[in-house]
Design a protein around this ligand. Structure first.
Ligand code: IVH
Length: 713
């Protein structure tokens, strides 16, 4: 590490400051999550402010610390002020609940009594799924989306307009002739089962927080201060009601919803109209039986009186309408016996305890395994082998153990003790060092990891499975079972071996086509699937290598920034040589979307000779194709480095970024001497100050749009 001009003490100070900064950042992130996502703050506002003050003091003294991942770089200072508030012109209320069939009968009777309808007079009631997401109110003025707010306390919600605008299902303009001058369209933001599973897999891969269920994931995704993160989450929307409106396109609930659809808003196709209570209950049972197959979580059915004049007459009691009710499903839970706790070894060596259960049906699905997350969770819930436990499933989510029924505990049951060695290779398993640096503390994960690294067969197998998986190199017909077999029989130990398999097989005494379960046809098919992947796009290779913290998105960000493997490798090797204080290290850190955790992971990977050897062996077999991006050649911003800061009003931050990149600019997360333009929206903070201090050209949003318009022409 070349550090001639700095004295030893000042570099020690810097290192100490960096450690404190890391710790503070993790603490702040944890308290933000407690405050925003779990609504369960552990410290007072004053204590929180003190943490933030200390963070800015450190950043003031050591400006290098102010990287893109620092909480100080998030828009808005204090969390309370992070999102602006929006008052709902018409309050967002909740629904009263029905649990039993009788409650539904009682609801219909009450409505009839209130409206003084005789038994023979028709009363149409709509039925639709109750989506388990979060409600949102979206204002359209003259057809244009102008603002969006969360429910908040019902009277006042958070302004999440920029985030809502990133959701592709939500139109920025309503189409059609009967759109009122002003209407607050209301509905539910949610995440589908498949998207939820993909998101959690990506989060896990990147070492980020795992969401407990789709609702939390949707809420966490929507309440991002950085809307580029929301934009990456495939949030969805169903419009089902409205607030303030200058006019309504119908006299029935169903007519308004049909108009929503004609305007381009997504509405739930499962909505129907029932004429009798029996029909409502039949609808409820039908939806309940299809619940797992809908593709998104629902927690019941909502019934609404269809005629809007009736709704008006019925009005509200306290905080819920008299004209609607939610018929909730019973929680999908069951009790069973915990027969054992297995330990699975993941690709990064993480040991995950898995509950082996006496098979039991939960919500129509037989469950025999449940995740136990980690040893701390087992201790917290005091889960012991032999216990009778309550198991829960929500939609497609992996079953969980909710609690233990202690009265049923056998006398012989002893507290669980996590093994200290890896079940696959016997190496020591240690509690993750991330704990001390704080990088895992923020998501409450305490992982025990196998230290066997390259000698651990379980890790090696998982890495191979990851390498060939669909979103990585994507080799068809090389699934988990085949990898297990090829690994155990010594045929494939590393990714390079995959590509030499055919040649070795041709010369082998025991060719695959002679083995049980391998016909000539299937072997040929496998070989051609492997051949088809001798060219690997850079971003897929990067993801497939399984470097810690490099998930799909990060792999793409890196590929986009470096274009070729050679360039990325050269940059990483320079960072290995130069250390964390080098320009090379900071250059990588400076890429939008890339933080220190990722740079450290790259440095760890390229600093380890074994990894380099295995990569080189692979590169003898495959070609890595450069990242493809389309660049408009004659743009005034081609090759320029741009930083966006503050709130943009004419386009979302994400759109601005994509546009800049389309024109060949590089978008960075923080300001340095190399920055060409800083585009400052309203409420721009320290990035603007930095730009001014460094003499970087600052543009307003309009000036920026004008500049790039010259290139588009
Ligand atoms: S109608 C006056 N329809 O349930 C309230 N709500 O418990 C009218 N929800 O806050 C709401 N699916 O977030 C309605 N199809 C649906 C719904 C639905 C989910 C949520 C909504 C509301 C909560 C009430």
């Amino acid at each position: 590490m070349a550090k001639t001009e700095k004295s030893k003490t000042s570099s020690d100070d810097a290192a100490r400051a960096r450690r404190e900064h890391d710790r503070l950042s993790a603490d702040i992130a944890r308290h933000d999550a407690l405050y925003y996502q779990q609504d369960a703050p552990e410290i007072s506002d004053a204590e929180y402010d003190a943490l933030r003050r200390r963070l800015s003091e450190l950043e003031h003294a050591f400006p290098d610390l102010e990287h893109a991942g620092s909480p100080s770089q998030k828009v808005g200072a204090a969390p309370v002020a992070a999102f602006g508030k929006i008052r709902h012109d018409v309050p967002m209320l909740s629904l009263s609940n029905a649990f039993a069939d009788e409650d539904v009968v009682e609801f219909a009777d009450r409505v009839r009594r209130f409206l003084k309808l005789s038994e023979t007079e028709p009363l149409a009631i709509t039925a639709e799924p109750k989506i388990d997401g979060l409600s949102i109110s979206i204002r359209y003025e003259n057809g244009a989306l102008t603002q969006a707010a969360t429910r908040g306390d019902g009277a006042e919600g958070e302004n999440v307009t920029a985030n809502i605008k990133t959701i592709s299902q939500i139109p920025h303009h309503l189409k059609g002739r009967d759109v009122p001058d002003v209407i607050d369209v209301r509905g539910e933001i949610y995440l589908g089962h498949k998207d939820f599973a993909d998101l959690n897999a990506a989060q896990e891969q990147a070492g980020e927080k795992i969401f407990a269920n789709p609702r939390n994931a949707a809420a966490g995704s929507l309440r991002q201060l950085d809307s580029t993160i929301t934009a990456k989450r495939p949030l969805k929307f169903f419009a089902y009601t409205w607030g303030a409106a200058t006019a309504l396109p119908g006299a029935m609930q169903t007519e308004v919803v049909a108009a929503f659809k004609s305007w381009g808003l997504p509405v739930n196709p499962e909505m129907t109209v029932c004429e009798t209570t029996e029909a409502l209950l039949a609808y409820y049972r039908n939806i309940e039986s299809r619940r797992a197959k809908l593709g998104y979580d629902i927690d019941g059915v909502v019934y609404k009186v269809n005629r809007l004049d009736y709704q008006e007459r019925l009005g509200f009691v306290s905080r819920s309408p008299r004209w609607a009710i939610a018929h909730k499903f019973a929680a999908e839970q069951a009790t069973t016996i915990l027969r054992g706790i297995d330990i699975q070894v993941g690709r990064t060596g993480a040991l995950t305890p898995v509950a082996k259960l006496e098979p039991v049906t939960v919500g129509g699905v037989v469950v025999s395994n449940a995740t136990l997350h980690n040893e701390d969770e087992i201790a917290r819930k005091d889960i012991r082998v032999g216990d009778t436990v309550v198991v829960q499933r929500a939609g497609d989510v992996i079953p969980q153990i909710v609690r233990v029924i202690e009265e049923k505990r056998p006398l012989s049951a002893v507290p669980f003790e996590m093994r200290q060695t890896c079940p696959a290779c016997g190496s020591h398993a240690v509690r993750d060092a991330g704990e001390e640096t704080g990088d895992e503390a923020s998501n409450g994960n305490v992982v025990r990891r196998c230290t066997g690294g390259l000698i651990c067969p379980a890790q090696a197998k998982e890495r191979l499975k990851h390498f060939v998986s669909r979103n990585a190199v994507d080799i068809d017909g090389l699934g988990a079972e085949k990898i297990e077999f090829f690994f155990d029989s010594g045929r494939i130990k590393t990714p390079a071996d995959i590509y030499t398999l055919q040649k070795r097989d041709a010369a082998s005494d025991e060719p695959l086509s002679g083995l049980k379960g391998f016909g000539k046809k299937s072997v040929d098919k496998l070989f051609s699937a492997i051949e088809a992947r001798r060219q690997i796009p850079l971003e897929r290779l990067l993801f497939g290598l399984g470097i810690r913290h490099i998930g799909e998105t990060t792999a793409k960000d890196l590929a986009k920034a470096y274009l070729t493997l050679d360039a990325l490798r050269a940059a990483s090797e320079a960072a290995v040589a130069g250390g964390a204080d080098s320009d090379a290290y900071r250059d990588i850190d400076n890429i939008e979307g890339i933080g220190e955790t990722v740079v450290d992971a790259l440095v760890d990977f390229f600093g380890e000779p074994h990894n380099v050897a295995f990569l080189d062996a692979l590169l003898k077999e495959v070609d890595v194709t450069p990242f493809e991006r389309t660049i408009a050649v004659a743009s005034p911003v081609t090759g320029k480095t741009v930083v966006f800061t503050g709130t943009l009003t004419r386009v979302t931050r994400n759109e601005a970024k994509a546009q800049a990149e389309r024109l060949g600019a590089k978008v960075a997360g923080s300001v340095s001497k190399k920055t060409d333009y800083v585009v400052a929206g309203s409420d721009a903070g320290s990035k603007l100050t930095n730009a001014q201090a460094l003499g970087v050209t600052v543009l307003t949003e309009d000036e920026w749009l004008e500049l790039i318009a010259k290139g588009d022409a």
